[in-house]
Design a binder for this molecule. Structure first.
Ligand code: FES
Length: 497
């Protein structure tokens, strides 16, 4: 087992989230070198690490399943050939280890003979010393053979290597695990890493990346042609290959909205569902050969019925496969809203253009995340929270302020996150008036709600604040937090009408 482990693998080994280990690293409780932790410091923090000690990890997986509707967690076991390759690799390591053990045994026997030879020629004191040394060696060898002697993390690491391969992306140093039959691209997206891609089907070549070390296997035939020179340099398509062993690859990672190209595609309606508060869930699915590349929190323009269009925030995260979710409020007289509520059916085509918007997560910030959603402002905030969950953010706080109780239309989702995750905290607040029309008289009412929120959590002023909802409420909240002394760079705003 390597002396240094990435935080992803170490967290998986002891059954906690990356956020928990990162907290220990920041507090100095666990030692890290260049983003990796030593096995020794991991064992010092988790001396009782056992194979079954994975409660927190399981809990996170459950909430992810809930958040993503089990759509991206359907497959658990790797491809048979991948499994066979990983087992073959482990068998080779086992054979090498057995050979080493046999060499050590021979060495031990020689040492035994030498000690016996010394005993025969030595005086009484030396004979006693040699006898004691033999006894000590015998005891040490016997205790090393005890079943409990072996490091449980080493056993777990080997099991993990069969079920999942680890990928490190250069130069960004992001890392993620490839599980089940996921391609490298799918696994990266599930972990919230925005690699470059276009079609996800082997046609566009945008996901081309260079394998620096490790073994990959093609799982999908692709039309895009990689030249022989590029192949010899290690280039592959991430959407068409999976990892057989641990892999290091070179690929660009989107760091800002400028890195995401403008796209146009035709999606299909998978489902529509009406919520309380005159809200509707619009669930679109992009074609297998063309996915939408976007950053969590961004919006797109939708055109329905060939004529009616609107810009809507995406309420799902990029880690959610081909699914694009939107929350739409009924607005009688608005042609787009009328068409979606009254005419749009399953399988209808919806034109999608975008993405746009800069309401995205500051991923490199070490601060706690505070989300304040007003009514339908929950849509882009849901996208950001799901993305933050896939990145194992350390501390996530959600306050949902509704014009009425019905306006907090997905409180069950927020409460489920709160129940299942130690690092997620949720509170809902009812304003009692229409947040789209905050009059001067009601401004004070809303400000006192903000003061109450800040008064209940001293950490908020140290965190990153994300505000989304109708203009009158969001802009008032922005003013409030800036007046508290938060710098503009730590207050992000999305106006949702
Ligand atoms: S070839 Fe288009 S995303 Fe891979």
């Amino acid at each position: 087992m390597n002396a240094l482990l990435t935080v992803t693998r170490a967290a998986r080994l002891v059954g906690v989230t990356r956020a928990v280990l990162q907290k220990k690293i920041q507090s100095g409780e666990m030692i890290s070198f260049d983003g990796k932790v030593t096995v020794e410091s991991l064992l010092a923090c988790y001396p009782d690490a056992q194979l079954e000690d994975n409660a927190e990890f399981t809990r996170l997986e459950k909430i992810r399943e809930l958040a993503f509707g089990k759509r991206v967690f359907e497959r658990a076991l790797p491809d048979v050939e991948v499994l066979a390759s990983r087992l073959a690799e482990l068998s080779k390591i086992l054979a090498d280890n057995q050979e080493q053990v046999s060499q050590f045994n021979k060495l031990l026997n020689k040492l035994w003979d030498k000690l016996d030879a010394i005993k025969e020629q030595a005086n009484a004191d030396t004979r006693l010393m040699a006898e004691n040394l033999k006894l000590w060696i015998k005891n040490e060898v016997e205790s090393a053979m005890e079943p409990g002697f072996s490091n449980p993390l080493a056993i777990r690491d080997n099991m993990l290597r069969v079920m999942a391969a680890q990928v490190t992306v250069l130069p960004s140093k992001h890392d993620f695990l490839v599980e089940g039959q996921d391609t490298l691209l799918e696994a990266a997206m599930r972990s919230g890493i925005p690699l470059s891609y276009g079609c996800s089907g082997g046609n566009c070549g945008l996901c081309k990346a260079k394998i620096v070390s490790g073994q990959v296997k093609k799982t999908l035939n692709h039309d895009f042609v990689i030249s022989e020179t590029e192949k010899s340099q290690g280039y592959v398509l991430l959407c068409s290959n999976t990892a057989v062993s641990d892999v290091v690859l070179e690929a660009p990672v989107a760091g800002s909205v400028q890195d995401i190209p403008f796209q146009q595609l035709s999606a299909r309606v998978k489902k529509t569902e009406e919520f309380a508060g005159d809200m509707l869930l619009l669930h679109l699915q992009t074609p297998r050969t063309q996915r939408l590349r976007f950053l969590a929190g961004q919006s797109v323009s939708l055109r329905v019925g060939g004529a009616f269009s609107a810009e809507l925030p995406i309420a799902s995260c990029p880690c959610d496969d081909r699914n694009l979710l939107f929350h739409l409020r009924r607005q009688p007289g608005n042609l787009f809203s009328d068409y979606v509520f009254d005419h749009l059916k399953c399988n209808d085509s919806v034109e999608v253009e975008g993405p746009q918007g800069e309401f995205i997560l500051h991923e490199k910030s070490p601060r706690a995340l505070y989300f304040i959603a007003f009514d339908g402002g929950f849509a882009p905030i849901k996208s950001l929270i799901e993305h933050a969950l896939s990145l194992d953010a350390q501390s996530i706080h959600l306050h949902w302020i509704g014009s009425s109780r019905e306006a907090i239309y997905l409180h069950n989702v927020a409460r489920a996150w709160d129940d299942a995750l130690d690092n997620f905290h949720y509170l809902e607040h009812v304003a009692g008036f229409d947040l789209r029309a905050v009059t001067a008289k009601r401004e004070e009412n809303l400000m006192s709600q903000f003061r109450e929120i800040v008064g209940g959590d001293a950490g908020l002023v140290q965190g990153d604040v994300y505000l989304a909802g109708p203009a009158s409420a969001v802009l008032l909240a922005e003013q409030f937090f800036l007046a508290l002394g938060l710098p503009k760079t730590r207050v992000s705003v999305a106006v949702i009408n």
